[in-house]
Write a protein that binds this ligand. Structure first.
Ligand code: CA
Length: 637
């Protein structure tokens, strides 16, 4: 990541007369300049207003351009207002022009994109003055969405926009584009699978260094965890990246089509760092303010060169404003916070509060990892889940417990040879406080995302190749299926990575963020080849949806209704009881058959195969090695 300039020293920018000599990092700075007024572009019937927050600037300007790329510019001085804000009011004659802001700080002028820009030109280098209602597809209503109530009913499917449809053999017309999600083939595939939510890897406008929107005929690829304009949309997924309306309209078309087929949509948001701190508008407009520093240099808990400072008033406000905009304008049904552990709990709770005002069924999930960042606030990580009700954390415990460490490639998990079962049990209960031995991070199951594979790290299939090099294809298939079966019969919010159903491989690449298309693409040929595995996942999803007891809504319910049963070594058995349901789940991680003893009842097999023999005092059930069996019992009334 290119770093252009390192700021060191006292971080005091601009004319001290403007800030009273207060550094952007002093608490006093927020006391003096925390601003709640309008920001960004305001488009009325006749006038257009521009608002900017730049307390350390001595002068500020609006630059106007006829198009996104030429340099002919007219500029207007902005007027300094209260608490470090600036404004300029123009007429509707400015419509459909491009704009940027310039600020003069310590005599030096810098040009930056409006952080609040919603419409942008190609590569997001300039904002665009346009009416958002021009981006609405026919019949679009952000408030019309599929019915959904309990977060634990969610079965999330994580997919990269381009990966989904880019393969030459794929059935799509709009390959690599938002519009592929409006095509019947994809919608049929997703709805047949039975998932409830589609989670898109970043669709905000990301860095030109990653994907240059002017060179789309060339091979370029990136996941997009390198934000450039948070409120604007990535142009490379649009059919025309030069028309500012098109990228927004086509994303809305994708959401509209998915909503129309009963699928909810989650946006992946990455407010914890920016692509390049020094080239990003935040640093240009209020140098130093939006980031955390350690010994005078940018903190790097993100591993991406900088950490934003969510605990500061205007960074928090930016995140909350952005989420509010994206939820209301696009009708997103959830947000996945990248490296959420870098944010503070107050910001995340404010996000939750604002979303509740819009629609309380909108999900908030995130990576609540423990990260090393200098923050004078409570971190939004797993350990602080108690402070953040209804915000979920990915459970890396069940992931590593089942398949082996994500970092130590050769290490195995419960399905591929390791005996340790503790983390798996914690995962099965949705990481709640179950008893004195089984204790997870969550207070309630809606705070736990249960998963074994995501875009990060090896796919399960690739992990099984590096961890179990001597296993056969058939053995790995069984391990893979068993891992998916344990996660799908566990409590919490279920999450699968696109392709997990066909044992996706990225050819052993464990960090494919910029790997070429053949590594990252969804392999629709493999979908056919592995049709039985796809059916297996489909049946698991159907099973999870059929019984409420797989999707309990409270920790109390889990403590009362889920009971671990005595079972042979290296197997796991538990019963689930709800108001009208009684289910017995058996996972046999041994290579060979094991015998289980169930209470003498009228059990019906609802998933898997086994021989059942009725005996004097119990039922003897023989379950093949490396398989899962689920039985339904009769609920006594
Ligand atoms: Ca871009």
């Amino acid at each position: 990541m290119a770093v252009q300039k390192q700021f060191t020293g006292t971080l005091r920018y601009g004319d001290p007369a403007l800030t009273g000599g207060v550094s952007v990092h002093d608490k006093q700075f927020d006391e003096l300049f925390a601003y709640d007024g309008p920001l960004g572009l305001g488009i009325g019937d006749e006038q257009i207003t521009f608002h900017l927050w730049a307390p350390t600037a001595e002068e500020a300007y609006v630059n106007l351009y006829a198009d996104a790329q030429t340099d002919v510019c007219t500029r207007h001085a902005m007027t300094r207002g209260e608490r470090g804000s600036w404004s300029f009011e123009g007429t509707e004659a400015l419509l459909e022009q491009y704009y940027t802001f310039s600020v003069v700080i310590e005599g030096e002028e810098t040009e930056a994109v409006d952080p609040y820009a919603r419409l942008v030109g190609v590569n997001g280098d300039r904002g665009f003055i346009g009416r958002l209602n021009h981006t609405n597809p026919e019949g679009f209503d952000a408030k019309t969405k599929p019915a959904f109530v309990n977060p634990t009913d969610a079965i999330v499917y994580e997919v990269h926009v381009r990966d989904f449809s880019i393969q030459p053999q794929s059935p799509f017309v709009n390959k690599g584009k938002f519009l592929a999600f409006t095509e019947q083939a994809g919608l049929d595939y997703l709805t047949n699978l039975g998932v409830t939510h589609v989670q898109l890897l970043p669709v905000y406008d990301y860095s030109t260094d990653s994907v240059d929107e002017t060179r789309l005929s060339e091979e370029q690829y990136n996941w997009g965890y390198d934000p450039k304009n948070y409120n604007a949309i990535e142009g490379s997924y649009a059919t025309d990246p030069y028309d500012p309306y098109v990228r927004v309209r086509e994303l809305k078309q994708a959401i509209q089509a998915m909503h129309g087929r009963g699928l909810r949509v989650i946006m992946d948001v990455v407010y914890n760092h920016v692509y390049d701190a020094y080239r990003m508008n935040f640093m240009k407009l209020v140098p130093g303010y939006y980031y955390r520093y350690e010994n005078g240099v940018l903190a790097n808990g993100s591993g991406c060169g900088n950490d934003t400072a969510s605990e500061r008033y205007m960074m928090r406000r930016f995140i909350v404003d952005s989420i509010r905009y994206l939820a209301t304008e696009f009708g997103f049904d959830g947000f996945r916070f990248d490296l959420m552990g870098l944010h503070d709990t107050e910001t995340m709770n404010e996000v939750r509060r604002v979303l509740d005002e819009i629609d309380p069924t909108i999900l908030v999930i995130g990576e609540g990892w423990h990260l090393n960042t200098p923050m004078d606030a409570e971190a939004a990580n797993q350990s602080n889940a108690v402070l953040m009700p209804r915000i979920a954390h990915f459970n890396d415990g069940i992931r590593d417990g089942l398949r082996g460490s994500a970092i130590e490639f050769e290490k195995t998990g419960w399905v591929n040879g390791h005996k340790r079962i503790e983390d798996v049990r914690v995962g099965v209960v949705g990481s709640i406080q179950y008893d004195e031995h089984i204790k997870g991070f969550a207070v309630e199951p809606d705070q736990c995302v249960t998963y074994i594979e995501a875009h990060d790290n090896h796919t399960v299939w690739d992990k099984l190749i590096v961890s179990n090099p001597k296993a056969s294809d058939e053995e790995r298939t069984k391990m893979h299926r068993l891992a998916s079966a344990v996660m799908m019969t566990s409590q919490g919010i279920a999450f699968v990575h696109a392709g997990q159903e066909f044992m996706r491989t990225k050819g052993g690449v464990e960090n494919s963020y910029k790997s070429p298309t053949p590594v990252n693409q969804m392999d629709w040929v493999r979908v056919e080849e592995r049709a039985e595995d796809v059916t297996y996942m489909k049946e698991l999803i159907r099973l999870r949806k059929r019984y409420d007891v797989f999707r309990m809504t409270s920790a109390e319910q889990i403590r009362n209704g889920l009971t671990f049963m005595k079972s042979p070594k290296h197997s796991l058995a538990y019963t689930l009881e709800g108001a009208d349901e009684r289910v017995y789940v058996i996972h046999n991680a041994n290579k060979t058959m094991r015998t289980f003893h169930l209470p003498k009842e009228a059990w019906t097999i609802v998933f898997g195969e086994a021989q059942i023999k009725e005996r004097a005092h119990d039922m003897e059930v023989r379950v093949d090695g490396m398989t899962t069996l689920v039985l339904e019992g009769v609920k006594e009334s």
